[in-house]
Design a protein around this ligand. Structure first.
Ligand SMILES: Cc1cc2nc3c(=O)[nH]c(=O)nc-3n(C[C@H](O)[C@H](O)[C@H](O)COP(=O)(O)OP(=O)(O)OC[C@H]3O[C@@H](n4cnc5c(N)ncnc54)[C@H](O)[C@@H]3O)c2cc1C
Length: 400
C-alpha cells in the first residue's frame, strides 16, 4: 500500500464519483481505498473534494462528500470530547457476555465465509471495506455480545488507516452506545453485499432471532455450536509496543534522528502518523522529524506491520525525514541541549527556544511551538454534534 504522492494524485484525478453512492455498500462497489492516505494526513480531504468538484457535477460528488463528512464529523467529536470516545458515549452497552474478543473472530473461525475471509484480509492487507468493518463489529458486539472496546482496539491495531475517531466512534455506533439502536445483519444481507451465496450458518435466520444466535437463555453456548468453538469464547488481544519499537528502530537505522545531522539554524517541522503532509513547508529548508511517541502507542497500540507502513509512507514522500522514537518532551530535551540548534539567531524564537512547527490534532495537545491548522472540509461547522445528521444539515448550507 505504499505509494508516492504523485501516483496518488493521478488516482484522485482519474476517479469517477458518479457510481459511488449507489454502489458503495457492495464490497466490489466504486470505493477508493484512499483512507490509509487520508488518515495518515498524506492526502488532504480538501484537495480531494476540490478536484472532484472541478471535474464532476453536484449529483456525481454529493454522495462521496457526505461520506467524507462522516469522517470529519468523527474528527470533531474527538476534538471536542477527547478521551471520552473510549467510553460509552451516549448510552451504556447492554447485554455484555464477553470481556475480550470472541475467539472465532480473532482466529477467523466463525464459519461465515465472507467474515472469515475479511478477517484474513485485515491481517494480511490492513484494509477493509466499510461494510465488512460493520459486519465484524456487529458480530463482535451484538451477536457474540462482547464489550466493544477490545474489538475496536483489535481492529484499530491492524488497520493501515487506523484513526481513533473513525474507529472507536464507528464501533460505538454499531454497539448502540453512540446511536439509537444496535446494528445487526443476517446472512442474507451479508450474501447480498459481499457477493456470496452461503446458507445454513448461525446468521441464516430472521432478524428477530439474530441476537440469540450464540447463547441459550442461561448464557451457555447453544448446542449447535458444540465442538466448533471452545467453551470459553474470551480471547485476550495484546500488543507489545516496547518490542515493536525496538524492532522498528533496528529496521530503520539509517533514518533514525541524529542531532549531529540537523540543519543548523533551521526550524523543526514535527510530523506524526496523522500528519504526513508532503506539501507542508515543502520548499523551506527545515528539519523534518517523524515523531513516534511511546505514550501515544501505549494508548492506541498498532502492529509492527502497520507502524512500518507509516514510516514507509513518510520516507517515500517527505524528503530528508528523520525518525525520532520518544515522546515530545524527550525530543525537546535533545534539541534544546544541543548548541547548534538552540543558541543561534535564526533558530531561536523570542523566548530563546528552537522554532517548532506542528499541526493541530488531538494527539499534539502537549506539543509546544507554533501550532498550524489542519485542513477541514467545513471549517465553519465546529463543535460537538450528538448526531451526524444535525452536523450534516449545517454542512450542506456551505455546499449550496
Ligand atoms: C467498525 C468501523 C471501524 C472503522 N475504522 C476506521 C478507521 O480506523 N479509520 C478510518 O479512516 N475509517 C474507519 N472507518 C470508516 C470507513 O470504514 C473507512 O474510512 C472506509 O471503509 C475506508 O475505505 P475507502 O477509503 O475505500 O472509503 P471510500 O468509501 O472510498 O470513502 C472515501 C473516504 O471517505 C471517508 N469515509 C468513508 N466512509 C466513512 C465512514 N463511514 N466513516 C468515516 N469516514 C468515512 C474515508 O476517509 C474514506 O477514505 C471505520 C468504519 C467502521 C464501521
Amino acid at each position: 500500500m505504499n505509494i508516492t504522492y504523485a501516483a496518488l494524485l493521478e488516482q484522485v484525478k482519474a476517479y469517477q464519483p458518479g457510481k459511488y453512492h449507489s454502489t458503495r455498500n457492495y464490497t466490489n462497489g466504486a470505493v477508493t481505498s484512499w483512507s490509509p492516505y487520508i488518515s495518515r494526513g498524506l492526502l488532504s480531504p480538501v484537495l480531494v473534494m476540490e478536484q472532484l468538484k472541478s471535474s464532476h457535477n453536484y449529483q456525481a460528488w454529493i454522495g462521496f462528500m457526505q461520506q467524507m463528512a462522516w469522517r470529519e464529523y468523527f474528527q470533531r467529536v474527538w476534538q471536542h470530547q477527547g478521551d471520552l470516545i473510549l467510553q460509552d458515549l451516549k448510552s451504556i452497552q447492554t447485554n455484555v457476555m464477553l470481556e475480550q474478543l470472541p475467539v472465532p473472530l480473532y482466529n477467523a473461525s466463525t464459519g461465515i465465509h465472507a467474515i472469515d475471509h475479511a478477517i484474513h484480509q485485515l491481517y494480511d492487507t490492513g484494509y477493509l471495506h466499510n461494510h465488512l468493518r460493520m459486519y465484524l463489529s456487529m458480530l463482535h458486539s451484538n451477536i457474540f455480545k462482547a464489550a466493544w472496546l477490545p474489538g475496536a482496539k483489535w481492529m484499530y491495531a491492524n488497520l493501515l488507516d487506523h484513526d481513533p475517531a473513525a474507529n472507536f466512534l464507528s464501533w460505538q455506533w454499531v454497539a448502540g452506545t453512540f446511536s439509537s439502536k444496535k446494528y445487526i445483519a443476517n446472512q442474507e444481507n451479508i450474501n447480498k453485499y459481499t457477493n456470496t451465496k452461503q446458507g445454513g450458518t448461525f446468521l441464516d435466520t430472521e432478524y428477530e432471532n439474530l441476537t440469540e444466535a450464540i447463547y441459550k437463555v442461561d448464557g451457555q453456548i447453544k448446542p449447535n455450536h458444540a465442538g466448533k468453538w471452545s467453551d470459553s469464547l474470551d480471547q485476550n488481544f495484546d500488543i507489545d509496543t516496547n518490542t515493536i519499537l525496538k524492532n522498528i528502530k533496528e529496521k530503520n537505522l539509517p533514518q533514525i534522528f541524529d542531532i549531529n545531522q540537523v540543519l543548523h539554524n533551521q526550524p523543526f517541522c514535527i510530523y506524526n502518523s496523522f500528519n504526513l503532509d508532503p506539501l507542508w513547508h515543502a520548499d523551506a529548508p527545515v528539519n523534518r522529524i517523524l515523531l513516534i511517541e511511546p505514550n501515544h502507542l501505549n494508548q492506541f497500540p498498532i502492529t509492527e506491520k502497520v507502524l512500518q507502513f507509516v514510516i514507509d509512507l513518510a520516507k517515500s514522500n517527505i524528503p530528508g525525514i528523520r525518525i525520532f522514537i520518544g515522546n515530545f518532551e524527550d525530543l525537546m530535551k535533545v534539541i534544546q541541549t544541543n548548541p547548534t540548534t538552540s543558541n543561534t539567531e535564526q533558530a531561536v524564537s523570542e523566548n530563546n527556544k528552537p522554532i517548532i512547527y506542528f499541526k493541530e490534532h488531538p494527539t499534539t495537545k502537549h506539543y509546544q511551538g507554533t501550532q498550524e491548522d489542519r485542513d477541514w472540509l467545513f471549517p465553519q461547522v465546529d463543535g460537538y454534534f450528538p448526531s451526524f445528521f444535525g452536523y450534516w444539515k449545517k454542512c450542506e448550507r456551505y455546499l449550496k
